[in-house]
Design a protein around this ligand. Structure first.
Ligand SMILES: Nc1ncnc2c1ncn2[C@@H]1O[C@H](COP(=O)(O)OP(=O)(O)OP(=O)(O)O)[C@@H](O)[C@H]1O
Ligand SMILES: [Mg+2]
Length: 260
């Protein structure tokens, strides 16, 4: 059975897509069979992996029940990495969901994943910057959630709302849902603010931060221009610049997860 991990934070631009793409690539390169599902209408994971964002059939068609998930999955340049594309058409989904009753509506993605749950070691879901039906579906389908936290002022603002949503989903539709960890992103060593954000996370969520595979150093994603450039080449960081600090950090995250 695969482990399903949703990358979520309703705050925009905090590194969700960068994390989802590069974590799934790192897991695949470490020999695990991984599926990345793009469930964001912006389709950034789709284009960032070098795919078109206009596939005739995409995650939208899965969510409206017209296609099975297995029918939209694509192969990638990385041997063990598979991918389910998104499309801007997904913006209309919130309205269409209203035809279903609440519980059914929140479990559409989970039900779609159940068809292929035995086929992968990891399924990683990239969610949009909102707490609407799409993100609720992504959290309801997950075993755990990774919350990227951008190391900037206001980093923790809005976090209470996300944590409440997770608590509510745990209480109602998905009791096993766990917080896998908070992931500091875009960390700048010279910046006091960056260090303050990590210190705050350590203070409040000490046992929910990722440690490297030796269990010693904290996994922190540095601000790294190579990470920002790689999507424009349609490649995960390991294929774009394997020696960059961003690549090393996402591989550390993958090893941390593999080490359990
Ligand atoms: N560690 C990093 N170093 C430098 N640039 C980064 C880093 N992480 C992400 N970026 C860049 O910051 C921007 C936002 O990142 P990303 O798209 O991953 O965030 P997001 O949370 O998915 O955004 P959205 O909420 O819009 O979906 C992108 O241009 C991305 O390339
Ligand atoms: Mg994104």
């Amino acid at each position: 059975m695969s482990e399903v991990i949703t990358v979520a934070n309703q705050k925009g631009g905090v590194g969700k897509t960068t994390t989802a793409v590069n974590l799934s690539a790192a897991l695949a390169l470490a020999g695990k069979k991984a599926l990345l599902i793009d469930i964001d209408p912006q389709s950034n994971a789709t284009t960032g992996l070098g795919f078109r964002n206009n596939y005739e059939f995409n995650i939208y068609h899965v969510l409206i029940g017209r296609k099975k998930l297995s029918q939209i999955i694509l192969k990638t340049d990385i041997k063990n990495l598979y991918f389910a594309p998104s499309n801007i058409g997904l913006v209309g989904i919130e309205k269409e969901f209203y035809d279903n009753n609440t519980k059914e509506r929140e479990l559409i993605l989970k039900n779609a994943i159940s068809e292929i749950k035995n086929d992968y070691d990891f399924i990683i879901i990239d969610s949009p910057p909102a707490l609407g039906s799409i993100t609720i579906n992504a959290l309801s389908a997950a075993d755990s959630v990774i919350i990227p936290i951008q190391c900037e002022f206001y980093a923790l603002e809005g976090l209470a709302q996300l944590l409440n949503t997770i608590k509510l989903i745990k209480k109602t539709i998905n009791p096993p849902l766990e917080i896998k960890g908070f992931l500091p992103t875009m960390f700048t060593t010279q910046n006091n603010l960056s260090r303050q954000v990590v210190a705050d996370l350590q203070q409040h969520f000490k046992n929910k931060l990722f440690l490297d595979k030796d269990g010693e150093a904290l996994v922190v994603i540095p601000r790294n221009v190579k990470l920002a450039e790689s999507p424009s080449f349609g490649k995960p960081i390991m294929l774009y610049d394997d020696k960059s600090p961003g690549s090393t950090a996402y591989q550390d995250l993958a090893y941390s997860i593999l080490a359990g």
